[in-house]
Design a protein around this ligand. Structure first.
Ligand SMILES: Nc1ncnc2c1ncn2[C@@H]1O[C@H](COP(=O)(O)OP(=O)(O)OP(=O)(O)O)[C@@H](O)[C@H]1O
Length: 533
């Protein structure tokens, strides 16, 4: 709970302090109720003072508990909102290579499941704090009524708590393992959803995927969950029964006490059964949230701190890559792929085609050119000025790209520009898409379209960005022959005429004549850089 509380206090000290105080006061109210019940049972006659104390304590207990729970839910949602936005900003500030290393699914799991687990545990905080104070209050009163019984009960509980701490080690380790297995299961379930078409076309393969890939991962999660939670159920219930054991010891084994002497103490202990078991039952959820918080904090530390939005770097004349190299940390089948050293110049008003076989390094070079990968060796210069670590984010803003694995956002860029929608409608009409899609409130009316159609809309977004450098990775590959011709013979010359620098990754050798230069890559090296023909 310490971790949870410190996160809440860091995020909103005032709100967290108020919630904790309300929880404490609510717990104190419950403790006073217990004491009043015990006093009333001991008293010879009914007392008005005790009645007033009882109903006041009850009102304080219930109203402050509701208040603290509501405050904490609000606080948790505020913390969650800040966390979500901070992580989203950090994610965009983090280099692509690092994001690829972390992996899409772990990122998604942290941003969804772990966040929910954190919020779920925050809601337990008032219950826990209130109950802990109630337990303390009742003990204080017990000590005042009969210190011997209190000492005996306290000793038993101390032994119980130490045993609990020891017994909890295994379930905690299992909760950590469970979290890792959930990551693996989600990766496989995601592949099931994304590859459903292929698996539906091949039933034996689908059955094999479920039985041999999803099955073992799901069974592993189920095993670890049952292992962790049943160990907890044992530990929690043994902890609870310890309470009854203590009552038994006090009732039957403590010498020199009559039943009447023991009545207040036994009553208090019975009263404490519920809060103690509530505290115990919350522990697994708290442990899970601690694991979730660790993941969230780890991710936050792995991502780069969000920087202020950089303005686009102006490109007056050209971009030059000199001796640029890059290699992937993970080996592919044929060893570590190394691109470069690459020397390449891209001028404004020039259309360059980048060609080469599959795996020759075209996309990797494009990622380096637009600053999404940092060059390991060599450097990039804009109009003779080197691009540094500090200016890389600004350099990236000079590019507009449609990647082969592009994502089509519903929201169009430039929503602050009042003329954006009109521009978008005109571009959509130019790209022969007006019969399929409209623009409303800065958004496309649909993105449920064919791949070629969605690529045309991605081009609309790229045009709206109106950057000095354009990059298309096999854009025309999904277009019909008519529109392919429009792309090479109308759209690219238009961009050239507007002074844009354009890099087109393509396999369409029939259109190589549309390029000012054709740069050919093989095994990560430029083998030819010649005028288009
Ligand atoms: N994320 C990655 N992790 C590790 N290695 C990678 C990764 N992406 C690419 N590679 C390696 O880099 C090499 C070049 O890949 P790249 O995507 O740049 O080729 P390409 O020329 O664009 O291929 P294609 O024409 O098939 O799109 C590949 O052979 C592969 O071994």
């Amino acid at each position: 709970m310490n971790r949870l509380l410190s996160t809440l206090f860091r995020a909103a000290p005032g709100g967290a302090a108020l919630s904790v105080l309300a929880s404490l006061a609510s717990g104190a109210g419950a403790a006073i109720m217990a004491i009043v019940i015990s006093r009333a049972l001991e008293a010879e006659s009914r007392s008005l003072a005790l009645a007033v104390a009882f109903f006041t304590a009850a009102a304080v207990h219930f109203s402050l508990r509701v208040l603290s729970e509501v405050w904490l839910i609000r606080l948790a949602q505020k913390v969650l909102l800040d966390l979500r936005l901070t992580l989203a900003r950090r994610l965009l500030a983090t280099p692509q290579i690092r994001l690829q290393e972390i992996g899409r699914q772990p990122l998604l799991t942290i941003l969804t499941r772990d966040m929910d687990s954190f919020v779920g545990a925050v809601q337990l905080v008032p219950l826990l704090i209130g109950n802990l104070l109630l337990i303390l209050g009742c003990f204080g009163y017990l000590a005042w009524v009969d210190w011997q019984i209190c000492a005996a009960v306290f000793a038993c509980l101390l032994v119980g708590a130490s045993l609990f701490k020891l017994a909890e080690r295994r379930p905690i380790a299992r909760i950590f393992r469970l979290r890792e297995e959930i990551d693996q299961l989600y990766i496989r379930q995601r592949a099931l959803i994304e590859g459903a078409k292929e698996l539906q076309l091949n039933s034996p393969r689908g059955a094999h995927y479920i039985d041999r890939v999803i099955g073992p991962a799901a069974a592993g999660v189920a095993r670890s969950y049952v292992g962790a939670m049943s160990a907890y159920i044992w530990v929690v219930n043994i902890g609870n029964s310890l309470f009854y054991l203590v009552i038994g010891v006090v009732l039957f084994l403590m010498p020199g006490l009559t039943g009447r002497d023991m009545l207040p103490a036994v009553l208090l202990m019975l009263y404490l059964v519920r809060p103690v078991s509530e505290v115990m039952i919350s522990l697994p959820a708290l442990r899970q949230s601690a694991v979730a918080l660790e993941r969230i904090e780890q991710l936050s530390a792995d991502l780069d701190p969000a920087a202020t939005l950089p303005p686009p770097m102006p490109v007056q004349d050209h971009i030059a890559l000199r001796g640029v190299t890059h290699s992937y940390a993970r080996d592919s089948e044929d060893g570590v792929f190394t691109l470069g050293p690459i020397d390449l110049t891209l001028r404004r008003g020039e259309v360059v085609f980048l060609v080469g076989g599959n795996g020759s390094g075209k996309t990797t070079l494009a990622m380096l050119l637009c600053g999404l990968y940092h060059p390991e060796g060599g450097g990039i210069a804009v109009d003779g000025q080197p691009v540094t670590e500090a200016t890389l984010a600004s350099y990236r803003q000079a590019f507009s790209a449609v990647f082969a694995d592009f994502h089509l956002f519903e929201q169009l860029p430039g929503s602050d520009d009042p003329g954006m929608e009109a521009k978008a409608r005109s571009l959509i009409a130019d790209l022969r898409m007006a019969h399929k899609v409209t623009v409303r409130n800065g958004c496309l009316s649909t993105t449920d379209l064919s791949t070629g159609q969605r690529k045309r809309l991605a081009l609309v977004s790229a045009y709206l960005e109106d950057r000095p450098v354009y990059l298309f990775d096999e854009w025309a590959a999904d277009q019909d022959p008519v529109f392919k011709a429009v792309f090479y013979t109308e759209l690219l010359p238009e961009l050239k005429a507007r002074g844009k620098a354009v890099l087109v990754i393509t396999h369409d050798d029939a259109y190589f004549g549309c390029a000012d230069r054709v740069v050919k890559l093989a095994d990560g090296r430029i083998v030819t850089d010649a005028e288009g023909a």
